[in-house]
Design a protein around this ligand. Structure first.
Ligand SMILES: Cc1ncc(COP(=O)(O)O)c(C=O)c1O
Length: 366
């Protein structure tokens, strides 16, 4: 047997290719404005910090399924925030949703004979997850483009990273119908569902999409952006109770459990809405400053109706735009990170402090 390092089946880690533009942006006399990675910068709400600290002395192993309180809090939050009906028993906490996405095809039993469909422009971990399972990957937004080929797993991501595009009820319903006709599972990454500006995103579990039946559907919810919990690693998956319990079984064996203090923090984050509303308004205000500045600098902003990014182009290669921005001390992400079709775009994150967003806007309009 010859060992094949898993890393050799994975793409190069894309962020490493930004070293030069990052160095250029850093040399700006007023410092870099880093709008590349969508990482939260605002403090974790006190109510969440206190919940974490309140159980810091607990020594025992946490359960993989999560506490009853956490599962109930997640189900109630989905009902309150998005009018969704899920049973607490169909909620499974994950160690940040990147972890789930990277392992989902494998955990669901997909392999070399299976096809994973991901959006044309997609969060890179969908492809990574398919490759870790040894499955084939195809980028397709319209599923009729797949022809007779049958998929095992279909990802949707509305609002999208990187484009901020929102898929309407009709589109989402068609994806579900298409998948059901072929026995495929739909994984809906709903990371940005609570961060919408000019459109009304809808969950795959919404009755208008699912017809009230969650069979074959998984909704993936991250707390990283809406509750500023990226550092805690906190998310959950819900939907089809049979699929969720299948995932639970495997994750129990694999030790994929969320630390107990994080479960307590998640419970608080899902029980209280004020911090989440305040965070959404912070991002809305930042977008209101940055969007006009980006446009006035000659960019065309595509989609970007929701979520934490502006998907923008100057009608040239995104890498050239990146260099242009870096001369102004601004770092963005190149569109090609997200798929070949993104070659002429860049992604600008709204995740910087008010002061840094104002600095970026000033540099773009001067
Ligand atoms: C579309 C999408 N899904 C999932 C994630 C992963 O989030 P986390 O692992 O922090 O839950 C991100 C993070 O940026 C994302 O943009």
């Amino acid at each position: 047997m010859t060992r094949v390092p898993v890393a050799s089946s994975l793409p190069d880690f894309p962020w490493d290719s930004l070293a030069d533009v990052k160095a250029s942006a850093r040399s700006h006399p007023d410092g870099i404005v880093d709008l590349s990675v969508g990482t939260p910068v605002d403090a974790v709400a006190p109510v969440i910090q206190e919940a974490l600290a309140s159980v810091a002395a607990v020594p025992g192993y946490p359960t993989t399924a999560g506490t009853v309180e956490l599962r109930e809090a997640a189900a109630e939050a989905l009902a309150r925030r998005f009018s969704l009906t899920v049973r607490p028993g169909a909620v499974l906490p994950v160690i940040g949703t990147k972890e789930l996405i990277a392992w989902l095809p494998r955990l669901l039993g997909f392999g070399a004979d299976d096809l994973v469909v991901i959006p044309e422009l997609a969060y890179p971990t969908y492809e990574v997850g398919a490759r870790l399972a040894g499955a084939r990957v195809q980028r397709a937004d319209g599923l009729n483009r797949l022809g007779p080929e049958n998929a095992g797993l279909v990802y949707v991501n509305s609002p999208s990273n990187p484009t901020g595009k929102v898929l309407g009820v009709e589109h989402m319903r068609k994806v579900v119908e298409w998948a059901r006709e072929r026995g495929a599972i739909v994984a809906s990454d709903e990371c940005y569902l609570g961060l919408s500006w000019d459109a009304e995103p809808v969950s795959v579990l919404d009755d208008r999409v699912s017809g009230g039946d969650h069979t074959g559907l998984l909704a993936i919810h991250s707390l990283s952006k809406t509750s500023n919990l990226a550092s805690y690693r906190a998310g959950f998956v819900t939907g089809d109770p049979a699929l969720v319990s299948e995932l639970l079984e495997v994750r129990k064996h694999a030790g994929l459990m969320v630390p107990f203090p994080i479960q307590a923090a998640m419970t608080a984050a899902l029980t209280h809405d004020e911090h989440e509303i305040a965070q959404r308004e912070r991002y809305r205000a930042r977008r209101d400053v940055l969007l006009p500045a980006v446009k006035s600098a000659g960019f065309t902003v595509t989609d970007s109706e929701a979520g934490l990014y502006l998907w923008a182009t100057r009608g040239e290669r995104g890498r050239d735009t990146l260099a242009w921005l870096a001369e102004r001390g601004i770092l963005a992400a190149p569109g090609d990170f997200y798929g070949p079709r993104g070659d002429d775009h860049i992604r600008i994150a709204l995740t910087a402090t008010d002061e840094r967003i104002a600095a970026a806007a000033a540099r773009l309009t001067n």
